[in-house]
Design a binder for this molecule. Structure first.
Ligand code: 5AD
Ligand code: SF4
Length: 437
């Protein structure tokens, strides 16, 4: 009888963690694990963690606390911590939560099967190296089973930018790009399994150098895969938005008209203190060029409020930048001091001031998001259907601009790309009917 064991994976943080979790599940599949949706019947619990803000990291310890009872009932239950908290805290995790059996950093998860075996043999396993070998070369081939129509694909990892607030250069290491031919091969496998839209992932994806012509070169190479209909990429840094990539937004029909281009602040003083190495005017110039390349491009971004030294005027400059750019969707955060980063040593803005700024910024950003949604009403676009809707005769998918769309239809299937007319807009979703042919 085969020894089937159950694996419960909980993923925190960014899309790269979603991709990594998928690959970890596949890797542990070779050790006889299949996925379960609940921790209660799991033989192994794996938390794939995020260290970007303090709250995200602390969540892991409270989640681990919740498994104490389970572990007491089931001593064979294995508990693992993967991802950026594992990388940043290493053995400290085991000190705080001795029931943790396994700690694996983002660059070492190809070693999970061996580590799981070691734990089975009674040895606690800890690996937070940045190994010489490429983990992707050591991961087993991806399974051939059919899957949903959208997928993430990591093409670049790490960051050399060293923004003063950010742990990523420490947790994910230096920038590394996967060679374009391997990325294309993995994309082909995904497409053979039913994928129609691929989002290329990297902490600094537009610094990708695994193709002689950079990320634009990779996008063009991928666009030759016949059944791949849509390509996206995230996250980008303004300083790496080169001409070829901007031009691809004008000329590559498979590249979707959406761009996540974080600026973090609209104040030159704060951008300098953040070590962003660009000004607000540099950012405006890039946005102008993108809008000239693709007039309907929907922009998204990240902002941090309450960065050390941020004055009322600096914050007003951020609001002004937001008004001038006009975003379709944005993420905004209160500054969180991260140990080991340069900004962690600096005097902080009072919490109530940062709270108030965050509220004002979020109010402006949601107004813009709502306006972008309403502007879609009456327009035609295409929707890639991802799942059935809650109502009979309805399916849900994403527009070209990455908006969630509920399409009234009984004639289509998951994976279809349907031309639609948008009929209604809400803050977080749109309603549409298929265009009559
Ligand atoms: N505090 C608050 N937000 C942060 N981010 C990164 N580091 C911090 C921090 N220390 C935000 C940035 C980044 C996004 C992924 O998280 O806006 O773009
Ligand atoms: Fe962090 Fe992004 Fe700055 Fe790199 S570019 S240090 S990942 S915020």
């Amino acid at each position: 009888m085969s020894d089937v064991k159950k694996l419960y994976v909980k993923t925190y943080g960014c899309q790269m963690n979603v991709y990594d979790s998928e690959r970890m599940v596949e890797a542990l599949g070779g050790n006889g694990y299949t996925v379960t949706q609940t921790p209660d019947d799991a033989d192994m619990i794996l938390l794939n963690t995020c260290h970007i803000r303090e709250k995200a990291a602390e969540k892991i310890y409270s989640e681990l606390g919740r498994y104490k009872g389970l572990k007491a009932e089931k001593p064979d239950l294995k508990i693992g911590v993967a991802g950026c908290v594992a990388q940043a805290e290493g053995a400290e995790i085991v000190r705080r939560q001795p029931m943790v059996d396994l700690v694996v950093g983002p660059q070492s998860y190809h070693k999970l099967p061996a580590m799981e075996q070691a734990v089975k043999d009674g040895v606690r396993a800890l690996d937070t190296d940045f190994p010489e070998e490429d983990k992707f070369d050591h991961l087993q081939a991806r399974p051939k089973a059919k899957r949903g129509p959208t997928a993430f694909l990591t093409v670049q990892e790490g960051c050399d930018k060293f923004c003063a607030f950010c742990v990523v250069p420490y947790t994910r290491g230096a920038e590394v790009s996967r060679p374009a031919d391997r990325v294309v091969a993995e994309a082909r496998e995904l497409v053979d399994r039913g994928v129609r839209e691929i989002t290329l992932l990297g902490q600094n994806v537009n610094a990708y150098h695994g193709h002689a012509d950079g990320l634009a070169g990779l996008i063009w190479a991928l666009s030759e895969i016949t059944d791949l209909a849509r390509i996206r990429f995230t996250t980008s840094h303004p300083n790496d938005m080169d001409d070829a990539l901007i031009d691809a937004h004008a000329t590559c029909p498979k590249l979707m008209p959406y761009l996540h281009l974080p600026v973090q602040s609209g104040s030159d003083r704060i951008l300098k203190a953040m070590n962003r190495k660009h000004t607000r005017d540099d950012y405006f110039r890039i946005i102008d060029r993108l809008k000239s390349a693709r007039s309907d491009i929907l922009l998204s971004g990240d902002f941090i409020v309450g960065f050390p030294g941020e004055t009322d005027q600096d914050f007003e400059d951020t609001l002004d930048l937001v008004r001038r750019v006009g975003y379709g969707q944005c993420y905004s955060f209160k500054y969180s001091a991260r140990p080991g980063t340069p900004a962690a040593e600096r005097a902080t803005v009072p919490a109530d001031v940062a709270d108030e700024r965050l509220q004002r910024l979020q109010a402006l950003l949601s107004e813009q998001q709502k306006a972008a949604q309403v502007a879609m009403v009456g327009k035609t676009t295409s929707v890639l259907l991802e799942k059935p809707g809650r109502l009979e005769g309805q399916m849900v998918g994403k527009s070209e601009h990455l908006q969630a769309v509920h399409v009234t239809t009984s004639d289509h299937q998951i994976g279809d790309i349907v031309p639609v007319t948008i009929t209604e807009a809400a803050t977080n979703s749109l309603a549409a009917v298929p265009v009559k042919s």
